[in-house]
Design a protein around this ligand. Structure first.
Ligand code: EPZ
Length: 427
C-alpha cells in the first residue's frame, strides 16, 4: 500500500488537465455488451476502477484493445468487442472490489437473455442496496432470483419487453441498468423519476451513437425505443465534473488560482453557485474553468441531493475547504447514510466539526496542522489531501488506493501547480 506525503502551505497556481469522468466511463464500458459490433471509447481515464471494469468485461468474453490515442488527447482509447458472450456470470471476487459492476446486469440480461451477478454488498459510505435496479428489470419482463449472494435475472423467451419503469428515487445506477436493458427490449420503455446526472446524459448520447432512439434526455422522464440490435460506435467520455470540483477546492483552500482544462460549467452549476457564495470566483473560458480564491472563505449551508442539486460526491471536499472558512458552515448529507468518515480524520488536523445524524456543523478555524491520517473511501481521501495542502507542516495520507479509484495522476497534477506532494510505498 502507498501513502501520500504533503507539506502544506503552498498557494497553487497553473493548469490542471481534467480527465474523462470515472462515473461516465463505468456506465459506457458495459454498453459494449449491447452489440456484436465494436465500441470504441475515447478519453477514458487511467483509473483502478476503469481497469477493474475492463477485467470484468474480459471475464464475460468481451475483448478490450488499447488503441493509440491522438497526440492532443491525453485520455485512453479502448475498443471493446462483445461479438461472443462467453459467460453471463459476474463473479463475487470481481464484483466485491467494485460495486459499480452491478451495471453489467441490465445489458447482459438484454443481450444474452440472462445474467448472474454477485450482489455488490455495501461499502464504506453505506449499505447501497440494489432493489430499485431489480424492480426496474422486472418492469421489463425479467424474472429475478436471489440465491447464495448472487442475483440471477432471466428474460422471457422472446426477450425483454418495453415497459414503464417508475423509480422510487432517482438512482443513478438503477437508471443506467434500466436504460441499457430497455435499449434491446421490444417496443418503447419509459423511465419515470430517472436520474438526471450528466453521466446519464453521456450514457444516452452513447446509446444514440449505437442506434438507440431516446427522448427526454436530461429530464426525469426518459423514453427509449428498444431495438433488436445495436451497432458499434465511437464515443468520447465526458470530462470528470467531480475531479474538476475537487481541484477547484484545492485552489480555494490554498488561496490559489487554477485553470481546469476541459471542465464544463454546465455539469457543475450548483457547485459553482456554492463556490461563488463562499467567495471563490469560477469563470468559464474556451479552455475550461478558471478558479480564483478571493481572500477568506465565507461559510456555507449545503444540503446534498440528486442532480441538479449539490452533489454528494463533492460534500467531503467542500467540508475540508470550509474548515478554514470565516464562520460556521452546516452540511447535510441526504444521499448516503455514512458519508462522514473524513470527519474524525480532519479533526486530527485541528478541524472543528460536530456531526449529528446526517448534519455536520463545521466551525472555521484559523489553521489546520499536518498529521498522519487514514483514507477510508474515495471522496474522503480527497478531502484529506485538500486539508493537507493547506495545513501547516506535513500530512501523511495512508491507504491511498482509495484515491487511485477516482483521481488519475493526482500527485503529478498537484505537483505541476506548486504542491509539495509525493507518493511513497508504505513498505
Ligand atoms: C452513483 O452511485 C455514483 N457511482 C456515486 O459516486 C454517486 O455518489 C451516486 O451515484 C449518487 O450520485 C457511480 O456512478 C459508479 P444511487 P449509485 O443509486 O448509482 C439508494 C463516487 O464517489 N439506493 O444514485 O450507487 C442508495 O443506497 C461514487 O464517485 C437504494 O436504496 O448511487 C443511495 O442512498 C460514490 N436502492 C441512494 O439511493 C437502489 O436500488 C443513491 O444511490 C439503489 C440506490
Amino acid at each position: 500500500m502507498d501513502q501520500i506525503i504533503i507539506r502544506g502551505g503552498n498557494r497553487l497556481s497553473g493548469r490542471v488537465p481534467i480527465s474523462g469522468a470515472k462515473n461516465a466511463a463505468l456506465t459506457l464500458l458495459p454498453c459494449a455488451l449491447l452489440s456484436d459490433q465494436p465500441l470504441t471509447l475515447r478519453n477514458l481515464p487511467r483509473l483502478a476502477d476503469v481497469e477493474g471494469f475492463g477485467h470484468l468485461l474480459n471475464e464475460l468474453g468481451v475483448s478490450t484493445k488499447l488503441e493509440r490515442g491522438r497526440a492532443e488527447e491525453p485520455g485512453r482509447v479502448i475498443t471493446l468487442n462483445a461479438a461472443d458472450i462467453a459467460s453471463t456470470v459476474a463473479p463475487y471476487e470481481m464484483v466485491r472490489k467494485m460495486r459499480a459492476s452491478i451495471v453489467v446486469l441490465g445489458p447482459l440480461l438484454a443481450r444474452a437473455g440472462e445474467a448472474t451477478v454477485s450482489l455488490p454488498g455495501g461499502c464504506a459510505i453505506g449499505n447501497r442496496p440494489i432493489d430499485f435496479h431489480l424492480k426496474a428489470l422486472e418492469a421489463l419482463g425479467a424474472t429475478i432470483e436471489l440465491a447464495a449472494g448472487y442475483v440471477k435475472a432471466t428474460a422471457p423467451k422472446g426477450g425483454l419487453v418495453g415497459g414503464r419503469v417508475v423509480l422510487p428515487f432517482p438512482s443513478v445506477g438503477a437508471t443506467e441498468n434500466a436504460l441499457m436493458a430497455a435499449a434491446l427490449a421490444k417496443g418503447e420503455s419509459v423511465i419515470e423519476n430517472a436520474a438526471r446526472e450528466p453521466e446519464i446524459i453521456d450514457l444516452c448520447h452513447c446509446l444514440i451513437a449505437m442506434g438507440s432512439m431516446i427522448d427526454g434526455i436530461g429530464s426525469d422522464r426518459i423514453a427509449i425505443q428498444g431495438r433488436s440490435a445495436l451497432n458499434g460506435a465511437e464515443y468520447r467520455v465526458m470530462p470528470d465534473r467531480i475531479e474538476a470540483g475537487s481541484y477547484a477546492c484545492a485552489a480555494a483552500i490554498t488561496g490559489g488560482e487554477l485553470t481546469l482544462v476541459g471542465a464544463r460549467a454546465a455539469d457543475l452549476h450548483a457547485v459553482i453557485e456554492s463556490f461563488a457564495e463562499a467567495g471563490v470566483a469560477i469563470t468559464e473560458t474556451n479552455e475550461g474553468l478558471d478558479v480564483k480564491a478571493n481572500g477568506k472563505l465565507r461559510p456555507l449551508t449545503i444540503s446534498t441531493a440528486p442532480y441538479p442539486a449539490f452533489p454528494t460526491d463533492m460534500q467531503a471536499q467542500f467540508m475540508a475547504m470550509l474548515c478554514l472558512a470565516d464562520g460556521a458552515s452546516v452540511l447535510t448529507e441526504t444521499i448516503f447514510e455514512n458519508r462522514y468518515m473524513h470527519v474524525p480524520e480532519l479533526g486530527r488536523m485541528g478541524a472543528d466539526i460536530q456531526v449529528r445524524g446526517r448534519t455536520a456543523v463545521v466551525r472555521g478555524v484559523d489553521r489546520l496542522v499536518g498529521a498522519e491520517v487514514m483514507a477510508t473511501d474515495l471522496r474522503a481521501s480527497m478531502s484529506l489531501v485538500l486539508a493537507g495542502l493547506a495545513a501547516e507542516g506535513e500530512t501523511r495520507v495512508h491507504r491511498v488506493y482509495h484515491l487511485d479509484r477516482g483521481y488519475e495522476r493526482l500527485e503529478e497534477k498537484l505537483s505541476a501547480v506548486g504542491a509539495d506532494i509525493e507518493r511513497r510505498s508504505e513498505g
